[in-house]
Design a protein around this ligand. Structure first.
Ligand code: ADP
Ligand code: MG
Length: 508
């Protein structure tokens, strides 16, 4: 009996080992196949510009208004209406173009892109085709790779079709019709979903930094179409692409690209033809599905827009915008990690958006303790703002109060724990008070007096004679425990440099 079950057991082990082996081989083979291919990705980003009014008329661009309340006859394409160019749009386009090192097209003009769709009242979209405002340029990723840009052009947004309010009818909201967009188009030079993710993260930071676009993908202010194809490594010709439309989060872009790469490889491996297609992403399933076969440029019957004059960019105009550009996040990061010697993760946080960087820079006008100032901004200040959902611009303490707090800690009068804890709290509740006065009132000024410190040290050592013995027999790591106990006992008032000195004297 025992022998028989042992035999059965060994057979089972043997067959599962075989199964495991076979699975491993097939996974390995699949991986091997995937590695023979290279993904090629080009991204088109639509960024709504932060102008007060629309591209060709005075209608408001504010988000979230009642449907069809921001719609003049121009937005609705009533007969006889004519477009008038919004100058602020040109300025924002030039700003972004210069920040991305594009070549500015000094004489650029609009074209009509003809298609019929209910949310497009004119039955054509005014866009730029043969003469976009910017050509070329690039954006550097965190891994230092460069993503080359093909162009940036100006165009108008369409209205919004709402399909899920009624079973039988589609609703139309034209508030969005005519809102200015920049379309930022990369070359097909991205080769992984991770790089696409980083590109969008950097681009979003840049458009926000420049005040070009608010970058809110959930609200549709920034949208991305991802074009994806695959080819065998070493091949230089582009494969047939699919385009996944209107991805409304950076995470979705990454998921959709990974899904498509795998799908395209599988199709190819199974001997199937890839057809040029427009697809959509199903966020719930994490998959994509076909919307239509893709139209080509000829289908749009582009021709120059007769109702708008071309845009001329003078040298003086370009100069004036160039000289007003703020320091860009990459350069600031270099300065913080180089000249300021800040840790890369701290510098990264400070450069994540312009509001943070500006706050830090303003604080530096009140203190020369650069590292401490950086730690205060990314630490207590930002935590407070996150917790209470306030913008940095509404942070309740003044820069000079923060600077005073920093200098109390730097001079050893107050521990960082108490400064960022009880003193910070009290100041937030009573912003007019002075940090030092609060620290005195709360009895938190650090004790430099050796006698008082010695008393705390004695008390701690008497409380834990076992630990003292262990320390003396070689467990030097216990030093931290003793110091921590003294800190607790003194309620943070003990000056830790003095504590460590006395502890060492007593223990050894
Ligand atoms: P359209 O405007 O018709 O979508 P474009 O030629 O302007 O087409 O290209 C749009 C985007 O698709 C660009 O970012 C481009 O880099 C990318 N792209 C074009 N061909 C391919 C391809 N074969 N594989 C991946 N991306 C591609
Ligand atoms: Mg496209």
């Amino acid at each position: 009996m025992l022998i028989r079950s042992l035999k059965a057991l060994s057979a089972a082990v043997y067959s599962s080992a075989l199964f495991f082996y076979a699975t491993a081989i097939s996974i390995f083979a699949a991986l091997e196949k995937i590695h023979q291919y290279e993904a090629v990705i080009g991204l088109e980003v639509h960024a709504q510009l932060r102008t007060q009014s629309k591209l060709f008329c005075g209608d408001s661009t504010a988000f979230g208004a009642q449907p069809n309340t921001q719609v003049s006859p121009v937005s609705l394409a009533h007969p006889g209406t004519l477009p008038v160019m919004n100058k602020a749009v040109t300025e924002l386009a030039v700003k972004l173009g210069l920040a991305l090192q594009c070549t500015m097209v000094r004489h650029n003009y609009f074209a009509r892109k003809n298609y019929f769709y209910p949310d497009l009242p004119k039955a054509y979209q005014v866009s730029q085709h043969t003469a976009p405002i910017c050509r070329g340029g690039f954006l550097t990723l965190s891994n230092h790779k460069k993503v080359l840009l093909n162009r940036i052009h100006i165009e108008e947004d369409a209205g919004k079709s709402i399909h899920d309010l009624d079973e039988h009818f589609t609703y139309l909201d034209f508030n969005r019709a005519g809102i200015p967009l920049l379309e930022i188009v990369t070359e097909p030079c991205i080769h992984s979903a991770a790089d696409a993710y980083d590109y969008l993260t950097q681009l979003r930071r840049l458009v926000r930094w420049l005040g070009v676009c608010n970058g809110n993908m959930e609200e549709g202010s920034m949208r991305c179409d991802a074009n994806i194809s695959i080819r065998l490594k070493g091949e230089t010709k582009l494969g047939t692409r699919v385009e996944v439309k209107n991805l409304n989060s950076i995470r979705h872009v990454k998921l959709a690209i990974d899904f498509e790469i795998n799908r395209l490889i599988e199709l190819t491996e199974n001997g199937k033809q890839i057809v040029q297609q427009t697809r959509s992403f199903d966020a719930e399933k994490g998959t994509t599905f076909s919307l239509r076969t893709k139209e080509d440029a000829e289908d749009y019957r582009y021709f120059p827009e007769p109702d708008l004059p071309p845009i001329f960019l003078s040298e003086a105009y370009l100069q004036s915008i160039q000289s007003a550009l703020p320091v860009l996040p990459e350069a600031l990061f270099q300065k913080y990690t180089g000249q300021f010697q800040l840790a890369p993760n701290i510098a990264q946080t400070l450069c994540a958006d312009k509001e943070d960087a500006d706050f830090f820079e303003r604080l530096l006008q009140h203190t020369s303790s650069i590292k401490a100032a950086a730690n205060w901004v990314v630490g207590p200040v930002k935590s407070y703002c996150n917790e209470h959902q306030v913008d940095l611009s509404n942070f309740p303490l003044s820069f000079s109060t923060l600077a005073d707090l920093i200098s109390l800690v730097e001079s050893g009068k107050l521990s960082f724990g108490n400064a960022s804890g009880r003193v910070f709290q009290t100041l937030i509740n009573q912003p007019g008070r002075m940090p030092e006065e609060v620290a005195i009132a709360l009895n938190l000024i650090q004790e430099k007096d050796e006698a008082a410190t010695e008393a705390w040290v004695n008390e701690v050592m008497n409380k834990m004679p076992e630990k003292v013995k262990e320390y003396q027999s070689g467990k030097k790591g216990l030093m931290g425990l003793f110091a921590g106990e003294v800190k607790k006992l003194s309620k943070g008032k003990a000056d830790m440099a003095v504590v460590n000195k006395i502890l060492l004297e007593k223990l050894n």
